[in-house]
Structures are given as C-alpha cells and as structure tokens.
Design a protein around this ligand. Structure first.
Ligand SMILES: [Zn+2]
Length: 249
C-alpha cells in the first residue's frame, strides 16, 4: 500500500533520535507523501554528537555539522522543517524536558500522523536475510537505546500528553493549543500492518541519506550499492514498513 490516510489534515511529523534516523525510517514516505500534498516535518531529539569514528573529529564540530546535514537531507525529500531538541547523543533519558519538547512540537505543528521508532524492540533477528550469507539465520541488530527512549516519549507525547490541557499548561500560555494526533506509524516493530512502496522515490531517499556526509562521506558509493541490495524485497520493490495505529479519539 502506498496511499496515505484519507484526511483533510495532511501534516506528518517524523520523530527520530539522531540525525539520519528520520531519513532511514520514513524518508521515502516523506518524499512520496509530499508529492501527494502532505506537509512533512522532522523532529530530531538528540544532537548526534557521538556519530563519528574519525579521531580528528570533536563533538563540538560534529553537532552543527550534523544539523546542517539533516536540513540538507530534509530539503532533498521536500520535508519542510527540522526541529532539534539537542539531547546528548547516547545518553537520552526519559525526561519531562524532552517529553515537553516533543509535546510542544506536536502542539505547534498539529500533525495528523507521527512516525517514530519502536520503543519495544531491544534486539531482533533480520527477517529477510541474505540467502548467500552463511550466518544468515543468526544475523540481527540492536535497536539503539536512544531509539527506544525516543519512541516511548513520542508515543507518550501523543497520548495523553499533547491531548490534555493540564499537561504542560505553559504551552497554552504561549498560545499553543492541545492537539490530538490521529495516527502513529511505528517503524522497526514486529507487527507490521502498513507498507509504503517507496520504489519511485528510492533515488531521492538515497540522495538524502548521502547528504549526511559525516556519516557516509568516505564510503558513499559503497553505501548506495549496499542499501539497494539490502533493501530490495523479493518482489524487486522497495518498502518502508510500519505498524499503523489509528487512535480512537
Ligand atoms: Zn539512530
């Protein structure tokens, strides 16, 4: 399925832990839905300060670099705005401050849908392993702790925090209203019930990812070749997969 929800409120907000996560998780969907009249936005919770293996790199230099890379990637995809909450990369805790930052962004942008990380998965095995890989049946990954924390706070921000006026009442004093997010799209979960065929915008998604030069600069071409092979489904198409949860407000 490719079609976005049938709604008047064509606003989507991708809430992700690190610069480049929103592009990996939902960048294709953002690019595609933008062409269908949606306004897409990004919210990045941490500052990406740990994302370098370069011994010459410092966190002080990396943080502004990664913000700019994220804005460049968003531009490629047609994503309208990027908001950064600036939590320390790798040290994200569930906090009132960060929850409040997510709630404020939801109340400001009033999205129909949010997209975010799975807060449930700590580790899992790869579902479609490479048949030529001798360790295929054992291959897996760990869902970064910052991703889990971000997913949990994003979901809590949707319900009930952004909805209820007595939560963060200072937002109302700032002139913001409460807001009901109608749907959540969670990537990386086990129970996938919504697939977006992003084959037509795959080049755009990859171009956006390569704008994260601090992450893929040295191996940009390998990265492009590898992701095409890695992401191709058995039917030859490319999908972003979510658990879609419609809220009964
Ligand atoms: Zn990440």
């Amino acid at each position: 399925m490719t079609q976005p929800p049938d709604t008047e409120n064509k606003i989507g907000l991708v809430i992700a832990a690190h610069p480049d996560d929103p592009d990996f998780g939902a960048g294709g969907t953002a690019a595609l839905w933008t062409t269908l009249g949606w306004q897409m936005h990004y919210l990045v919770v941490t500052n990406g300060a740990k994302g370098s293996a370069d011994p010459e790199m410092t966190s002080e230099r990396l943080v502004p670099m990664r913000e700019e890379e994220q804005r460049n990637a968003a531009t490629e995809l047609g994503v309208l705005t990027c908001t950064f909450l600036g939590a320390e990369d790798g040290e994200l805790e569930y906090s009132r401050e960060m929850l409040g930052g997510i709630v404020r962004t939801i109340r400001r942008l009033k999205p129909h849908a949010i997209f975010t990380h799975s807060p449930e998965i700590i580790h899992r095995r790869v579902l479609e392993p490479d048949p030529e890989d001798p360790l295929a049946e054992f291959r897996g990954f760990v869902n970064h702790r910052d991703h889990r924390r971000t997913g949990e706070m994003a979901i809590d921000a949707v319900y009930p925090t952004a909805r209820d006026r007595l939560n963060f009442p200072e937002h109302l004093a700032e002139g913001l209203e409460t807001h009901n997010v109608a749907e959540m799209f969670i990537w990386g979960n086990r129970d996938i019930n919504f697939e977006v065929d992003v084959s037509d915008v795959l080049d755009t998604k990859i171009r956006a990812l390569t704008r994260h030069v601090s992450q893929f600069g040295e191996r940009g071409e390998d990265f492009i070749k590898n992701v095409r092979d890695r992401w191709r489904s058995p039917d030859g198409r490319f999908y972003e997969r979510f658990e879609r949860v419609s809220m009964p407000f």
